[in-house]
Design a binder for this molecule. Structure first.
Ligand SMILES: [Zn+2]
Length: 344
């Protein structure tokens, strides 16, 4: 008897062949608090690899007009050289990526406060299609497309810096939620007794513990609780002008100082608590950890602490591979893929 197929359960081809191989390449632009980076992402037929070329950068202007002109100049320069197909922009803030509008706070970028309709303005000035994406989303997509999470079906990436950013690729697609607020993992609460105020105005967010700022608060509290002699020794040896910075903590930790080790151990626990909660909701196959502080993460220790609290242990925990270029790469791919596919 012949079996009747009720539903096809073949997995989706999560990685379709690179669209860069056909047609014109896109530009990716990463708008940071201090610097704007722009580059072309293209396919190199000689090597068979996709690559990032012609990197331009500029300080981030604080007034809106100079800011827009800087972006337009960069786009026009790259377009004149490479005849591009689309422009992807990675920026802080909650972004309605369908309409290219910035909805929420834009962090420390005053120029963006008066430019909600970035897509519209740039399209009018350059004549090119523009896609705008939240920076943590773009970085996660870049890592998924051609970085540390290549081949993953369900993944999330976190960036450990001044804050904690997060981007999710679910079932092979960027996951933005119903109102573009998905991936605000930095603001899940990991305590309930109003221990630390977060930059978002709420209490005890993961970010208030796992970020660089969080690490510093942990350091100050740990040091205060330590015996007087140990405190003095720590400050004399590692702190400049008695200030407890992240650098001081890292130096102490590398030096096998007892207090330094305790602080870094607590920091790994703080990261693990948030990660395992997210893992228990999402059941990802891969988690990418990037950002300026990722270089200080002991991945073996973090994996151990995360597994202790996770229902599944079938996930990989890996360092980001694209560094500062993840946002450019992700934004460029998203811009390209938001365009209709050219005829082969
Ligand atoms: Zn928060």
């Amino acid at each position: 008897m012949k079996d009747t197929v009720v539903s096809q359960l073949n997995p989706q081809p999560y990685h379709s062949p690179s669209r860069l191989a056909v047609g014109q390449p896109p530009i990716g632009i990463d708008i940071g608090g201090t610097k704007i980076n722009a580059a072309v992402v293209r396919h190199n037929p000689a090597t068979g690899e996709d690559e990032l070329i012609s990197l331009l950068n500029s300080p981030t202007p604080t007034d809106s007009e100079t800011f827009l002109n800087t972006l337009v100049d960069m786009i026009q320069k790259l377009n004149a050289e490479h005849s591009v197909s689309a422009v992807g922009i990675s920026t802080a803030g909650v972004v309605d990526s369908i309409h290219g509008r910035i909805l929420g706070s834009t962090g420390n970028m005053p120029a963006l406060k008066n430019i909600a309709n970035l897509k519209e303005l740039l399209e009018a000035k350059t004549g090119l299609p523009v896609h705008v994406e939240n920076d943590a989303n773009a970085a996660a997509y870049g890592e998924w497309r051609c970085g540390a999470a290549k081949g993953s079906q369900n993944m999330f990436a976190i960036t450990l810096g001044t804050g904690v950013g997060m981007g999710i690729v679910f079932n092979g697609q960027m996951y933005r939620g119903s109102h573009f607020y998905a991936g605000e993992g930095g603001h899940i609460a990991i305590a309930h007794k109003r221990e630390r105020k977060c930059t978002c105005g709420r209490w005890d967010c993961w970010e208030a513990f796992a970020s660089g700022t969080g690490l510093q608060i942990t350091a100050e509290q740990t040091l205060e609780a330590a015996p007087e002699t140990a405190q003095q020794e720590f400050k004399a040896k590692y702190c400049e002008n008695g200030k407890v910075t992240t650098y001081a903590v890292i130096a102490a930790w590398k030096d096998n100082n007892h207090i330094g080790q305790q602080i870094i151990d607590d920091w790994h626990n703080h990261i693990a608590v948030g990660l395992s909660s997210l893992i228990n909701v999402m059941d990802p196959d891969m988690i990418v950890v990037g950002g300026g502080l990722a270089q200080f993460v002991d991945f073996e220790l973090l994996l151990e602490r995360t597994r202790e609290r996770s229902m599944s242990d079938a996930f990989q925990l890996v360092p980001a591979a694209l560094g500062n270029h993840a946002g450019i790469v992700g934004a460029a791919y998203l811009a390209l893929e938001s365009q209709p596919e050219p005829l082969a």
